[in-house]
Ligand binder design. Structure first.
Ligand code: UD1
Ligand code: CA
Length: 463
């Protein structure tokens, strides 16, 4: 934790080049909104109560998208520039002591280590502020960092205002700053909209502080891409790819095997235990937690779910908002649609769909079944083609099956229904009434056999 750092995240802009009805910071990369990435990085450096987001376009939606409790919001109703955005928060922010760090909601790649280095440089020296910069082969569009003889920042010159000599400077302003809060608030009122865009530029601050006799330093980062601000969908895809790669590297460092890693998608918040194997083209999404020694088969999708240790998910399987107990097997080609609980050692085989269903310990549904709104007791066996008819066209009804029951192939279980422990359902039955424990239930027409029927028919055909 750094001492007394207030973080302001600018996120009021619409982001015209996204060509979207959605505010730019709400677009997602690496499984999170751009803004949430920045909030999460800030949170590693300061408490939520010291983080403020400047919102403007779609203020309410942007505010609601931030999942961290305690974060404050400042509404900038008219976007009159980066300086104006911070100024809007003056009442809320100027009472806070220490340091003021300014980040952009559309620059999600910045690492916590890099931000900590910026704060470290500011808090350890006597400078009034430190800005983040990078040497760029082509800094077109960025503000240029103009230094004095001693190497301190004299001013930042925007692309539109620079002389050819200034624009030849390759050191670009990344737009990320850490200021001493008292000096910042003392001088911020001196920013004037004296530029063609009539905007209040935050980039005027270094010159203002320098003129007042303070020093402003620049901290160079090696890779300007780390501060990349997303402007369009192509950059969004690039940043997404960078997040995916970072996550894969971290997982591999932590002992997870990724087969053909470049094809695998894992969201930022996902946790995976050691010796788990993730096969090609798998997607592990949302708040998923996977234990140790699991396998997630090729092309499977696991979303917002928990897999305990030793779970085997076969290829082409979907698991959503479900909990799978240790050693259970799911798939290949299975679908755990929503809110299922598959207990330890249970088997869910190919072309089995589960919805709001609890599969007891060691229970099996190995092929071609639909189990919805149902509870299946431990060690029960659900035959191929068994279906719970949980929906009557208007309402959903539950099915309860006890322990050690045997549900024959192609049974149709019309809910609401209860089947007791150890009961047998004969194959092909339509079951509409409860079945007591240890009973056999048959619900099908008796078989008729007509001797010689086929032969006679053939002979009739010859005439
Ligand atoms: C800014 C810097 C430039 C730097 C570049 C790095 C200024 C004047 N220029 O330029 O020196 O090289 O970043 O990317 O600061 N925003 C608000 N309210 C506003 C205006 C902007 O919240 O009134 C937000 C935007 O949503 C955006 C961020 O501030 O997230 C940056 O604004 P933008 O207009 O994109 O600044 P740049 O032109 O990129
Ligand atoms: Ca920008």
């Amino acid at each position: 934790m750094q001492p007394n750092v207030t973080v302001v995240i600018l996120a009021a802009g619409l982001g015209t080049r996204m060509k979207s009805r959605k505010a730019k910071v709400l677009h997602r990369a690496g499984g999170k909104t751009l803004l949430q990435h920045v909030v999460d990085s800030a949170l590693a450096l300061t408490p939520a109560e010291r983080i403020f987001v400047v919102v403007g376009h779609q203020a309410e939606t942007v505010r609601a998208s931030v999942t961290t409790p305690g974060v404050g919001f400042i509404e900038q109703t008219e976007q009159k520039g980066t300086g104006h955005a911070v100024l809007t928060g003056r009442d809320a922010l100027s009472g806070l002591d220490g340091y003021l760090m300014i980040l952009y909601g559309d620059s999600p790649l910045l690492r916590v280590e890099t931000l900590a280095r910026l704060i470290g440089q500011e808090t350890s020296g006597s400078a009034a502020g430190v800005l983040m910069s990078a040497m760029m082969d082509d800094p077109t569009g960025y503000g240029r960092v103009i230094r004095d003889q001693r190497g301190n920042v004299r001013e930042v010159v925007e692309q539109k205002a620079g002389t050819p000599e200034q624009l030849a400077v390759r050191e670009a302003n990344m737009g990320i700053y850490c200021f001493r809060a008292d000096l910042f608030w003392k001088h911020v009122g001196e920013i004037k909209p004296d530029n063609p865009a009539r905007e209040y530029y935050l980039t005027d601050m270094p010159a203002i502080l320098a003129r007042a006799g303070h020093t402003v330093e620049a901290m160079q980062i090696a890779d300007p891409n780390e501060a990349l601000g997303i402007n369009d969908r192509a950059q969004l895809a690039e940043v997404d790819a960078i997040f995916r790669e970072r996550k894969r590297r971290q997982l591999m460092r932590d002992g997870v095997t990724l087969v053909k890693p470049e094809t695998i998608t894992v969201d930022a918040a996902v946790e995976i235990g050691p010796d788990t194997i993730i096969e090609a083209f798998a997607q592990i999404l949302g708040r998923t937690k996977i234990g140790a020694d699991c396998t997630v088969g090729a092309c499977s999708i696991v979303q917002d779910s928990v897999l305990e240790d030793g779970v085997q998910v076969g290829a082409f399987t979907m698991v959503a908002t479900s909990h799978v107990g240790s050693g259970a097997q799911v798939g290949p080609y299975a679908r755990l649609r929503m809110e299922n609980h598959v207990e330890a050692g249970a088997h869910i085989g190919n072309f089995v769909e589960l919805k709001k269903t609890r599969m007891g310990k060691g229970a099996k549904a190995n092929h071609l079944a639909y189990l919805g709104d149902s509870t299946i007791g431990a060690k029960s066996n659900i035959g191929a083609g068994a279906i719970t008819c949980n929906y009557d066209g208007k309402y959903k009804h539950p099915t309860r099956i006890g322990e050690g029951a045997f549900i024959g192939t192609n049974s149709t279980l019309v809910a609401p229904l209860e089947i007791g422990d150890g009961a047998y359902i004969a194959a092909g039955s339509v079951i509409t009434d409860d079945v007591p424990a240890d009973a056999l239930a048959l619900g099908r027409a008796r078989q008729a056999v007509k001797e010689e029927w086929a032969k006679k028919r053939r002979e009739l055909g010859k005439k």
